[in-house]
Design a protein around this ligand. Structure first.
Ligand code: NDP
Length: 308
């Protein structure tokens, strides 16, 4: 059985080693241009269209990431084969670490204390009432769910928004366009964990962000283009929003100059909220290949019509 491997960063050797260690029957071929040999499966990250068009006969095309927007953008270049993304694979706990940190930093006013400390000021500040400090997670999927679970330990009122109706203990659940207004109106910290699709592109524009209560805070760890960046900046400057923690941007790396760099109420990280964990990813992909070989269904097959 053969698997074709491509990584835009060229770092294929450890992937070849780990894949063959877990599945010795798998011959892993790293592609570095030219004609693609006959293969049963492909595993790619950042693959060019020139490669993807040659993968029409693989049984499945695995992506070494959770987001599929960049691949689906290639449209007609994509082969008509099942596309399989990573589901959690070690990213859920990283997202939980990142989001919990950002929520607690805002709730416990650590930015204010850091600023006071720089000025040599010793002054306890009033704390928000936790029962009023609701955290709303947009996207209750493979990554949104562990974030909600992690936040549950701190006793914040939790809300979740998804496309289809969901139920989760301890989480007020809202769904679809019909539930969005009520979800936003009761959310003090909005955590964006949605996939970028035609339905979610620029979803968080002025009209949506204005529905958050005054003083609300945004955390975006999904994709930059979910947010209309000028609208976010205007609402922070007007005081409607208290600030934002952003890991993802419309253009990455975030260009310099960009008004976000100079805005002290925006915390910036360089798309690091959840990195691919090779060992977990390889284990998951090998498990899925084994299931496919046995003729069993697998999770995380991308629905191209939905866009995620
Ligand atoms: P999933 O596909 O598992 O979950 C997506 C969730 O979003 C589901 O709950 C889904 O609803 C909901 N959703 C999708 N479209 C809509 C819509 N139009 N309206 C309302 N809800 C919607 O994705 P993951 O949790 O695995 O990943 C989420 C995103 O995180 C990825 O697409 C990727 O872009 C981003 N990401 C960012 C990383 C980073 O380092 N910054 C790392 C990894 C991922 P339903 O439950 O009804 O299907």
């Amino acid at each position: 059985m053969r698997l074709l491997l491509y990584r835009a960063d060229g770092n294929t050797a450890p992937w070849v080693r780990d894949l063959t260690a877990l599945m010795p029957a798998l011959e892993v071929l790293a592609w570095d241009g030219g004609a693609v040999p006959a293969c049963d499966y492909a595993l790619v990250w950042g693959a060019p269209a020139e490669l993807l068009v040659q993968l029409a006969s693989v049984k499945a095309l695995f992506l070494a990431g959770a987001g599929v927007d960049a691949v689906l953008k290639l449209g007609d270049a994509l082969p008509e084969v099942p596309i399989v993304r990573l589901g959690d694979a070690g990213m859920g706990v990283q997202m939980a670490e990142y989001v919990v940190h950002a929520v607690l930093r805002y709730f416990r006013r650590f930015d204010d204390y850091e600023s006071q400390a720089r000025d040599g000021v010793w002054a306890p500040l009033p704390l928000a009432d936790k029962s009023d400090f609701s955290v709303g997670v947009m996207g209750m999927g493979a990554l949104g769910t562990p974030v909600l679970d992690a936040l549950a330990h701190f006793g914040f009122p939790l809300r979740g928004w998804s496309r289809g109706a969901r139920q989760r203990d301890g989480v007020a659940c809202f769904a679809g366009t019909a539930g969005l207004g009520e979800f936003l109106a009761g959310t003090r910290v909005l955590v964006c964990m949605l996939p970028l699709t035609p339905a979610t592109h620029h979803l968080l524009d002025r009209a949506m962000l204005e529905q958050l209560p005054r003083g609300a805070y945004l955390i975006n760890v999904a994709r930059g283009a979910l947010v209309a960046e000028p609208d976010l900046l205007a609402l922070i400057r007007s005081g409607h929003l208290a600030g934002a923690t952003l890991d993802v941007f419309r253009n990455e790396p975030l260009p310099s100059p960009h008004p976000f760099w100079g805005e002290p109420r925006i915390a910036i990280t360089p798309h690091i909220s959840a990195l691919t964990v090779r060992a977990d990813s390889v284990r998951q992909i090998v498990h899925k290949i084994s299931a496919l070989e046995r003729g069993e269904p697998i999770a995380d097959v991308v629905d191209r019509t939905r866009g995620y």
